[in-house]
Design a protein around this ligand. Structure first.
Ligand code: KG4
Ligand code: ZN
Length: 335
């Protein structure tokens, strides 16, 4: 049995987990800072770093306690080293390096996006080759994995990430930050009545664009205000969500046309919690690729957490891919 102690602090959650064999969660403590950033309507990097510093020792202790393990039982220490906010990443990286030094443990550097993909391994073993759709606050990417640890980005957003678009549209509609979840709920109370452009749907590539949809919503709201008309926010939320989900599902099907050999299709990242996306992706796949396995993380594992970092780290552990104590944060790290 291999126990990995994992750290995640790339954005606004301080999280520490203990993961067994990359598959089983022994503990996964998440301290969210959402309330502190809410009044600013977005993550304030300096505030995020300070919270991580204040929280990390306690979260680490809780993760060990809840797992019922001591440091001498831990086989390796894993940490997210990018992408993310540099000041936030550095808190986790420094904590992990310090513990690796003090307790003489091997150190594993994990890409946050790989973590989102491997979150699925906490419910089902991954089978390669596979395709993953990563949808988060900072990224929207289609990734082909020929094998464990082998990432090929085959499509990505040319502007905003889909989560970012959700958050910006939510802000226009006066929803709390981060708005994705609230916009999703509001959408279910409305109907698809507003015309929102589906960008890049006609283009024969696997890339995305979401900033035009955000602008379309802004224009609809401004024009209505100028005419003294009232916007039906539930209908607007529904129309936006329908357009976003349609693009994501359509490009996923195109990716499957190009990579028909895959054994699994994986949804990953914070927006994987979106009810319409989960439902419409499952429905379309069942129709078009009934034999293909669709993996969607448990709701609790869609957002940022350290268990997914421990899951991704296990492959690197098995391959002996350890890093030195001069590891640095890489805010712009790619897959
Ligand atoms: O993966 P994540 O927790 O952080 C990043 O790595 O970015 O993703 C956060 C994003 C936010 O933009 C949030 O609004 C969005 O995920 N999100 C949702 C939903 N739940 C969270 N977006 C749409 N529908 C949801 N239900
Ligand atoms: Zn994330």
């Amino acid at each position: 049995m291999t126990l990995i102690l994992a750290f995640e602090s790339s954005c606004d959650e301080t999280s520490v987990a203990v993961v067994e064999d990359g598959r089983f969660i022994r503990s996964n403590v998440i301290a969210s800072q959402v309330k502190s950033h809410m009044r600013f309507g977005g993550v304030v990097p300096e505030v995020a770093s300070r919270h991580h510093v204040e929280q990390i020792s306690q979260v680490y202790q809780m993760a060990l306690d809840q797992a019922g393990v001591e440091m001498d039982q831990i086989d390796a220490i894993a940490v997210t080293y990018g992408p993310g906010l540099v000041g936030a990443l550095l808190v986790g990286v420094t904590a992990a390096k310090t513990l690796a030094f003090v307790y003489h443990k091997p150190l594993i550097a994990v890409n946050h996006l790989a973590g989102h993909i491997y979150a699925n391994q906490l419910s089902q073993a991954l089978e390669f080759p596979l395709l993953a759709l990563i949808v988060s606050g900072g990224h929207t990417e289609l990734v082909y994995m020929a094998d464990d640890g082998d990432f090929q980005v085959v499509g990505e957003t040319q502007d905003d990430a889909v989560g970012e678009a959700y958050d910006k549209v939510g802000r226009i509609l006066d929803l709390p930050y981060p708005a994705g979840k609230y916009l999703d709920q509001l959408a279910h109370q409305g109907q698809d009545t507003y015309a929102i452009p589906r960008a890049m749907l006609q283009e024969d590539n696997l890339d995305f664009s979401f900033s035009g949809m955000k602008s379309a919503v802004m224009n609809l709201v401004h024009n209505a205000q100028q005419r003294g008309e009232k916007i039906d926010t539930a209908n607007l939320a529904c129309s936006f969500q329908q357009a976003a989900v349609e693009i994501l599902v359509d490009k996923s099907m195109r990716a499957l046309d190009r990579y028909p050999q895959v054994r699994q299709f994986i949804l990953a990242g914070g927006v994987a919690a979106n009810s319409a996306l989960r439902q419409q992706l499952a429905q379309t796949l069942a129709q078009k690729h009934p034999d293909l396995a669709l993996l969607i993380p448990d709701f609790s594992l869609c957002g940022d957490n350290a268990a997914m970092i421990g899951a991704a780290a296990y492959s690197l552990y098995q391959q002996g891919r350890f890093v030195e104590l001069d590891l640095n944060a890489q805010p712009g790290l790619d897959l």
